[in-house]
Write a protein that binds this ligand. Structure first.
Ligand code: BG6
Length: 489
């Protein structure tokens, strides 16, 4: 028997820049993500300072959710969603990010989305920042390396908390905040612009596992500190505006195992968990930097500025729940010659026991049970699985059907693993399948890396008629939700 509680939040998740399109409509400003071209598995997305006519920028139209949101939310409702996680694009509310007055059309757009969700009893879970930032703030302020961004962000948060009071109760501050330490996150979420136009990351260097230069790391960890302070302030503002607001952190859940029982591997894996997952998690849940984070910064030669008041802000702004994304696991090995596996903005030693997705991400449902127990055991606050899914190439049959049994298998095994974790005692709030509708891949900009249970007719080059079609996984997930996880075969 499956053990999910009656109020379990089954649903799906998306991000504004990967789904909305309408990048310059109704007063919206351009965000960092709007400056990213399409890439591929081994050819990173490129950044251009100016928007060029001869480049293709996938976020500009994405899947045009901007004009299809009613149809899309109706499909989510038909699947039986209890919750839908989406992000607000800051540039729709404040096109430059530093204005006093919000763009009313942007406010109206999200209000209409939330009302549409409520019409179907779908609980909106709203991200305040998912891999984007007003480009103006990146260009003119240096992005999150500038402390002024804390105030701009808090003003934006206060504006949306007030505008949507009563409509939204669940918030997430920064999605996958720990990815800011990675070149892609540094650009898109941190607004730290590369010196010149070009690739957002050195893929070969990443695969070799070489660390980035100290000056780059310093900027990223400084930006991360300001985001952690901003997140804590946002939590306090949300609670002051409405005591029913629940605010979560969000961590890219990078599960890491020792490659062997060699104590060196065991320690490396532990350090990877600490610096990769618990660095941010500890600050956001416990309200202070853990000792290993301070040691990490010191040993890497990373000097960051922390103001005296920051400690108190962090203490007062701890989150109500821990949310995370989980796609795969990796290993740590003291032997650098071991084969590497790519992951969610990360690279680890390849695990010979696991199969991989077409994009090389190692599929590990058992690791989800392990991860859930690790984080719940550490924090003892409710946990939300905010993203999980399989990026795969789907084939549209002549009759319009899409037989994605591989996606069903992936989700089924992860749901079983969650069930085991709930039986272990983990207080799990819900399961949100990533990219419940096909959307633009964050890392590659491709459409062919599909996650959805709803197919969207859109191709890597931007062609396609944007029509929506139900995949086999659509009907399967519908049954899972109807039976509260009991019917998963
Ligand atoms: C998560 C991000 O890390 O991974 C999403 O929050 C992203 O934005 C998802 O889409 C899957 O990654 P990708 O690169 O396959 O789109």
């Amino acid at each position: 028997m499956m053990s999910f509680p009656e109020n379990f939040m089954w649903g799906g998740a998306t991000a504004a820049n990967q789904i909305e399109g309408g990048w310059n409509l109704d007063g919206k400003g351009d965000s960092t993500s709007d400056h990213l071209t399409v890439g591929g598995m081994k050819s990173p997305r490129r950044f251009t300072t100016e928007i060029k006519d001869d480049e293709y920028y996938p976020s500009h139209e994405a899947i045009d959710h901007y004009h299809h949101y009613k149809e899309d939310i109706a499909l989510f409702a038909e699947m039986g969603f209890k919750a839908y996680r989406l992000s607000i694009n800051w540039t729709r509310i404040f096109p430059h990010g530093d204005e006093n007055q919000p763009n009313e059309k942007g406010i109206a757009f999200y209000r209409s989305i939330f009302q549409e969700c409520r019409k179907y009893d779908i609980e909106p879970i709203v991200d305040l920042s998912h891999y984007e930032l007003p480009f103006y703030l990146a260009k003119h302020y240096g992005g999150w390396t500038n402390r002024k961004l804390i105030d701009f962000f808090c003003h934006y948060c206060q504006t949306v908390f007030e505008a949507y009071q009563g409509l939204v109760h669940y918030w997430i501050t920064f999605v996958e905040i720990n990815i800011l330490a990675h070149p892609f996150g540094a650009f898109s979420a941190g607004g730290i612009l590369p010196e010149k136009d070009g690739p957002t990351m050195d893929y070969a260097r990443l695969m070799r596992g070489e660390p980035d230069p100290v000056d780059e790391l310093t900027k990223r960890y400084q930006a991360l500190h300001y985001q952690l302070v901003a997140s804590a302030e946002a939590v306090a503002i949300a609670h002051a505006i409405d005591k029913n607001n629940k605010v979560g952190c969000n961590i890219a859940g990078a599960a890491c195992y020792p490659f062997t029982c060699n104590p060196e591997d065991v320690l490396l894996a532990q350090q990877s968990m600490m610096n990769g997952n618990y660095y941010c998690g500890d600050v956001q849940v416990r309200g202070e930097y853990p000792g290993f984070a301070k040691r990490f910064l010191k040993e890497k030669g990373i000097k960051i500025i922390m103001e005296p008041e920051d400690a108190e802000i962090l203490k007062k702004g701890t989150v109500d729940y821990y949310s995370f994304s989980y796609y795969m696991s990796g290993c740590a090995s003291a032997d650098a010659s071991k084969a590497k596996a790519a992951g969610n903005m990360s690279v680890g030693t390849k695990n010979p026991y696991l199969k991989s997705s077409e994009w090389g991400w190692q599929i590990d449902p058992e690791g989800l049970r392990w991860y859930l127990n690790e984080v719940y055991g550490r924090y003892h606050i409710p946990v939300l699985l905010a993203e999980n899914g399989l990026g795969a190439v789907d084939h549209l049959e002549p009759d319009g059907s899409i037989h994605d049994s591989y996606r069903i298998d992936y989700m089924r095994e992860h749901i079983k693993a969650m069930d085991e974790a709930v039986k272990d005692g983990v207080d799990l709030m819900g399961y949100l399948s990533w990219g419940c509708i096909d959307l633009v891949s964050a890392s590659t900009g491709e459409m062919s890396k599909r996650y959805g249970m709803i197919y969207v007719d859109k191709n890597n080059d931007g062609t396609g008629n944007l029509s929506r079609k139900k995949k086999d996984s659509f009907r399967w997930y519908q049954k899972v939700i109807q039976s509260n996880g009991k019917m998963i075969d």
